[in-house]
Design a protein around this ligand. Structure first.
Ligand code: DLL
Length: 433
């Protein structure tokens, strides 16, 4: 099923022609209306007229999150405030948030792309969409909400939190699609089990999950424990919010990025060089329809690769492999580059381990230390000490084999690691404190 047959199946040449036209219009517009871009391009010796092909895009300088911070709050907006109808902001961990503004048309395009994404995920207008993404400055809640309404489904604006109430509503209202973070879906699964609620008493069939990295192993666990198809959705507030890219239910392999609105590139995060399709690197996105805050070559810091092969679903928009993390999530422990997702994959290949963990990085004297805390299931936890020791040794050996670093593994009782209603916090780095 498609939402917009024409645009979702545009032949490659037509997508590229449309991209070039829209890119040229966007460049002309930002140069005329955003002093930052005028200066930024002048510094690089570029004028919009020099971009004659899509390949010329790589001649333009990148836009960084820092540029948004330096122009806080409205400096990068390309229209006067009286044309901005909504403002969102991303939840920065430190300092001021990153602010984005939407015109009426931006909001309309966003709802369209979210409706398209819902349909790609297998949702229909007959669904009851239980939206447990947070409503507020975060784009998840309102982004999913307007998309679900555009689709014509019945949307329940739950927002995050109050798990008991979520479960009651889910049962009584017959929620069939849930939208939330993957970590919250696991929390819900656990809470349902604890309350003795049978999956057969629910109508849940699809989860549209994103806003944080998750692995294939976690997908298997979510699908099993909630009895649903779990679909990966990607987005970021700087570019739009949720709905920039999504997996299709037909393949569940790679996220189609809506290329009539966004141009993706993959670069080497060190050199900034553009990589070939298929090579893994940092995702850079250029928006080509946004009016409020168009961004040119925005460095997302997310690590992925482009899957250019045609998809069985018939959509012609290329796919991004599931994000394997962010380049700024990379920990450097005793000089070794470590992505939390690498440790996650070791943990979930072990029997008896639950999908809840935390990495604690600290410093003793001049030496970095890593402690991996992971929950084990009830059965394993009540095993004899010797078995638990074997498990923790085999985890630490596998981590050593994979990454070359020694870590301390602490197996903890079920439900001791804090659960999250939004994005999970997997890493506690005490070195900077
Ligand atoms: O998280 C938007 C969103 C809401 C996406 C709901 C999907 C669902 P921000 O708060 O600006 O926006 O955070 C964006 O979250 O750069 C990624 O690092 C991460 N992220 C988002 N989706 C995924 C995903 C929203 N599916 C940042 N897989 C992005 C991995 C994701 N990481």
């Amino acid at each position: 099923m498609l939402w917009n047959d024409e645009f979702e199946t545009l032949p490659r040449e037509a997508i590229e022609a449309l991209q070039l036209k829209r890119l040229q219009q966007t460049l002309a517009r930002v140069c005329a209306t955003v002093p930052f871009y005028k200066q930024h391009f002048a510094n690089a010796g570029i004028t919009p007229g020099m971009v004659r092909t899509l390949d010329d895009l790589r001649r333009l300088p990148f836009t960084l999150k820092q540029d948004m911070r330096d122009n806080y709050p409205y400096g990068l907006f390309a229209v006067p405030l009286d044309q901005i109808v909504r403002i969102h902001a991303s939840s920065g961990t430190t300092g001021k948030p990153t602010v984005v503004g939407y015109t009426k048309r931006d909001i309309d395009n966003w709802a369209e792309l979210m409706a398209r994404s819902f349909v790609a995920a297998g949702a229909t207008r007959g669904d009851v969409i239980h939206n447990a993404y947070g409503y507020g400055l975060f784009t998840g809640g309102l982004g999913a909400h307007y998309g679900a309404e555009r689709l014509g489904a019945s949307v329940i604006p739950m927002s995050g939190g109050n798990t008991q109430k979520q479960m009651m509503i889910m049962q009584d209202f017959g929620s069939s699609v849930i939208t939330c973070t993957p970590s919250y879906s696991l929390y819900l699964a656990e809470a349902l089990k604890e309350s003795g609620i049978e999956l057969s008493s629910l109508k849940l069939r699809i989860g549209i999950l994103g806003a944080e990295p998750w692995s294939e192993e976690i997908r298997v666990e979510i699908e099993r424990s909630l009895g649903i198809k779990a679909i990966d959705i990607y987005g970021l507030s700087e570019i739009m919010g949720p709905g920039v890219a999504i997996e299709c239910i037909e393949a569940q392999h790679g996220l189609h990025i809506w290329e009539d609105h966004f141009i993706p590139e993959i670069i080497d995060p060190e050199s900034g060089e553009v990589l070939q399709d298929g090579d893994r690197g940092e995702l850079v996105i250029t928006t080509i329809t946004k009016e409020g805050i168009p961004l040119i070559r925005y460095r997302t810091r997310d690590i992925t690769r482009i899957i250019a092969e045609p998809c069985i679903c018939g959509r012609t928009h290329r796919r991004l492999e599931r994000m394997s993390g962010r380049s700024d999530d990379m920990l450097i422990i005793r000089g070794v580059n470590v992505f939390p997702s690498q440790i996650e994959s070791v943990l979930f290949s072990m029997d008896g381990v639950e999908p809840h963990y935390q990495l604690i990085v600290d410093r003793e004297g001049t030496l970095d230390t890593l402690e991996v805390q992971v929950e084990v299931n009830e059965e394993t936890f009540s095993d004899e000490i010797r078995k638990l020791q074997q498990l923790s040794q085999s985890i630490s050996r596998s981590i050593k084999d994979l990454l070359g670093i020694t870590c301390k593994v602490r197996l903890v009782e079920p439900k001791t690691i804090a659960r999250s209603e939004g994005k999970a916090k997997r890493v506690i780095d005490r070195r900077q404190q």
